[in-house]
Design a protein around this ligand. Sequence first.
Ligand SMILES: C[S@@+](CC[C@H](N)C(=O)[O-])C[C@H]1O[C@@H](n2cnc3c(N)ncnc32)[C@H](O)[C@@H]1O
Length: 240
Amino acid sequence: MNLQTSGRSYRSIQVVDIACQRLLQSDIIDVVFFGEANFTFCTALAAVRQSCDGIIGTKYEKSPTVSLQKSIRICIEELVNPTSDFFWCKPESNRLCSIRRLVELRDSFMIRGNDVDATHFTHPPKTSDFFLQCPWVGQGDKTYSTALLIQHFIRKAAANQHKGYFVFVGITTYYPFCLDYGLEELCFSRGSPARRFYRFVGIDRSFPMMLLSHGYVHEGFSRIHHKIATYHVTLCFERL
Ligand SMILES: C[S@@+](CC[C@H](N)C(=O)[O-])C[C@H]1O[C@@H](n2cnc3c(N)ncnc32)[C@H](O)[C@@H]1O
């Protein structure tokens, strides 16, 4: 697989299924999500795992945290909406199974926080994976960028994570958005925290699609679920 970073493919990347392997199992790897917005990404994961255990969801905005019930409602509305992107691709029995799993979720262990900055956090147990799905910094701030956000997130993660745990970053390879991640610097430059503290294991292409099929509703400027299915990948970094 070639990762496009500047409009051209330039390097071979290993395609792996590590995000799926580690996170979709019900014998639980704890995972903390950052930048969740409507929390449907981690709620869809909970539906796959049939449990909220070991899932911590956080969002950056200061606005009140979205309740689990609200996230479940958003996921279900997506799954029952005949005009949603994947409605006709998914057999009814699969959709009903996802809905049943969502309805059966109990809030007990899913901690949800607002006002959490992925570049300034402390996480005491050190035995969790960390996930930043589709990070994006508004274009208004000329002094900061999505590339810097990802670099700073990975540096912070390194200080809060034991050897062998993973950082996952969900990104699009769709041009020109992929340019804003600074992927070449992130994955291959010697000075990058992702190189100093982590081993870049490869990309998982299936993970976002798994969660879309359980009701993940990407929060952004427009509906891009088809693009997520086609172009989104999960970068997988293992703590050294
Ligand atoms: C395109 S939205 C994606 C939201 C959500 N992850 C999803 O997939 O639906 C980009 C997100 O990046 C988040 N973000 C930007 N800066 C952040 C930071 N310093 N820490 C955590 N999240 C951040 C924003 O709050 C926003 O929700």
